[in-house]
Ligand binder design. Sequence first.
Ligand code: NAP
Ligand code: GCO
Length: 267
Amino acid sequence: MINDLFDLKGKVALITGGTHGIGFSIGRVLGLAGAKVCVNDISQEKLDAAKLEYAKDGIEVYTLVFDVTDEEQVDKGISEIESNVGSVDILVNNAGIIKRIPILEMDVADYRQVIDVDLVSPLIMSKRVAPKMIEKRAGKIINMCSMMSVYGRSSVSAYASAKGGLKLLTQNMCCEWAKFGLQVNGIGPGYIATAQTAPIRENGHPFNDLIMTRTPAARWGQPEDIANAALFLASQASEFINGQVIYVDGGILANFGYVKGENDLPA
Ligand code: NAP
Ligand code: GCO
């Protein structure tokens, strides 16, 4: 049956930064597809609140508080999952931060922190879960890239550097692990309405006008838009897709530009 392609019953999924925003939506959809969902965050308080939110859809999540940039904490967290839930079948490297600071005003420490969370942590997480996936000759790793994996933008140099690197790290994981039955892919969201973009979307921020006109779909994306792509990449339906980044962006990457007014919403 075609639906069986998207059935995740018996699979263990781990989503980093899964307490809200895109990560929460991904965990929810994978849970609805039958996966045993493990949710990480750096805040126990947010994990406790998220547990109740997931339960509203009948999804009982296993929560783990650890900093994805800390190798020891990651090893301890994954060992706990392996003991109490099972080895990880689906890893979604979703946790991420952004700092919007012009290069000349940015401390190197700020740059390093963004690189650590957005680029080094997917390496740390994947290095820890891949060996058992290789033993099983099966596994799905989904790295949360961005349209900033291919575009720059003033003030987000650290973030774009990390997400650009993450696109190539995804391709290298594919090169080394595809022969063992792993599929490693990325998702490149466009502009999505979450806490991360609230500062450039709300309170009449001019960036909102830009996105509404620059995006052919004439709207901000929703976390659910990304979750559906994650379900596809986590499922049997994507067994021969490897080393790719799927851009879920309402067409913005396809659109060189616009003439003011041409993309006004249809009457
Ligand atoms: P968000 O609302 O800021 O969520 C990010 C999550 O990552 C939060 O749960 C955060 O936890 C967690 N996190 C941050 N640092 C962590 C650490 N060291 N260890 C563990 N967890 C950590 O962001 P979002 O918009 O949902 O984005 C999720 C992912 O999609 C990010 O990788 C982002 O770069 C990417 N993305 C977002 C957009 C967009 O337009 N929103 C577009 C392209 C790509 P706390 O809240 O507890 O700090
Ligand atoms: C920004 C935004 C973007 C989005 C996303 C776009 O300040 O430009 O936060 O970086 O988060 O990455 O794909």
